[in-house]
Design a protein around this ligand. Structure first.
Ligand code: BMA
Length: 375
């Protein structure tokens, strides 16, 4: 464990001197929605609740797969190159797994992804997976919203139901293959995200609330029936601070473990006030809702594309999330394949220095700050 400041060190020394070997009792006890969740999965969930008392974990999508000017290197991330530590949370994208493809939607080899997930788990990191599933009706991609009714078609009785169940089996196969030392690796699965927007075939204008809920429940039920009990589920709509809208398509507390939100700063630096104000009201709403439902609150995706604001990390992101019990915040990928499409720092970027302040802040937690999340 790395101590970023003296007060953290003193807290640990005083704590170690004042109590025996027993773990501190959490004031906030959580139980996975899946009553058959593995012990490691339940431990991860409770440890995430406990960690939230100490700070906010930082994550990045595809952090250890590639970054600016590199791909597939061992033990590397742009975050680590900037601050010396890896993120605590690692995001992964499995679009195209549904076809049994060898490479993901972002041209990442699935065998390498599995290897990196296992490595992250072994060093005590947390893995979260998204799935930009192709459109099963048109064979287009997840963004093909040219016709309504795709969600209805994958439900029982729909013309694409059987095909879609084979897709779910492929996803289940991948999730089931994540093993280390004979145990299944717990994963935070985040299916059919940003559904309060209408840019994916499962979006708000493309299906009814009942259809959306039925598809998520069918997915989760299918995974459970297949014996997958290493999953915690994240509900991650796009922005809304209205509980009625946020929960309109919520599949239920028996299906979801974490209340998330995806929201990005738009319009460059000029969009900062709007971003902070919007997030402030969303996080206030989610703080209450997560507490009432005994769930965790996560900022499942965010960022400012291209980071045209050198002080974004401390003056916008940290300031926005600090007052709330956010378990983790995850920024999107540093694309190797799309110029300007990056959301994290990298060496030489003008915001890198500010990211070091963000890293050193007593509130942010990186890989070196978390351990034994599965015990
Ligand atoms: C989007 C972009 C795309 C990418 C997709 C899935 O937000 O980053 O370039 O293919 O996510 O990872």
């Amino acid at each position: 464990m790395k101590f970023k400041n003296i007060s953290a060190l003193l807290t640990v020394v005083v704590f170690a001197a004042s109590c025996s070997v027993e773990k501190p009792k959490s004031s906030y006890t959580v139980h996975p929605a899946d009553s058959l969740a593995t012990t490691a999965t339940a431990n991860l969930y409770q440890n995430m609740a406990d960690v939230t008392k100490n700070g906010i974990m930082f994550g990045q999508q595809d952090a250890v797969l590639y970054g600016l000017g590199w791909k597939n290197d061992d033990n590397r991330s742009d975050v680590k190159s900037v601050c010396g530590d890896q993120p605590a949370v690692y995001g992964w994208e499995i679009g195209r797994i549904e076809h049994g493809a060898a490479y993901s939607i972002d041209s990442v080899n699935f065998d390498l992804m599995r290897k990196r997930i296992i490595e992250a788990y072994k060093r005590g990191g947390i893995n979260t997976i998204s799935w930009h599933a192709d459109n099963p009706v048109s064979n287009g991609d997840a963004w093909d919203v040219s016709q309504k009714g795709v969600v209805a078609s994958v439900l029982p009785g729909g013309e694409k139901h059987e095909l879609f169940m084979t897709w779910l089996d492929k996803v289940a196969g991948f999730l089931n293959s994540l093993e280390s030392g004979g145990s299944k690796i717990p994963v935070l699965f985040r299916p059919f995200h940003e559904h309060t927007g209408s840019w994916f075939w499962w979006g708000e204008n493309l299906c009814t609330p009942d259809e959306y809920k039925a598809m998520v429940r069918m997915t989760v039920d299918h995974f459970r029936q297949k014996g997958l009990h290493n999953l915690l589920y994240i509900y991650s709509p796009d922005q809304t601070d209205q509980p009625s809208r946020y929960f309109e398509r919520y599949p239920g507390d028996k299906y979801m473990d974490m209340l998330g939100v995806d929201y990005y700063q738009q319009q460059g630096a000029a969009g900062a006030p709007q971003y902070m104000q919007t997030m402030n009201s969303i996080l206030a709403m989610l703080t209450t809702e997560a507490k009432n439902r005994n769930k965790l609150l996560v900022f499942s995706e965010t960022g400012l594309e291209g980071l045209p604001m050198n002080n974004w990390w401390t003056d916008v992101l940290l300031k926005t999330i600090k007052p709330y019990p956010v378990t983790y915040v995850m920024v999107w990928r540093n694309a190797y394949d799309k110029p300007g499409h990056f959301f994290g720092p990298y060496p030489g970027h003008p915001s890198a220095n500010n990211f070091i302040y963000f890293f050193k802040d007593g509130k942010t937690l990186f890989q070196g700050d978390i351990s034994k999340m599965y015990q």
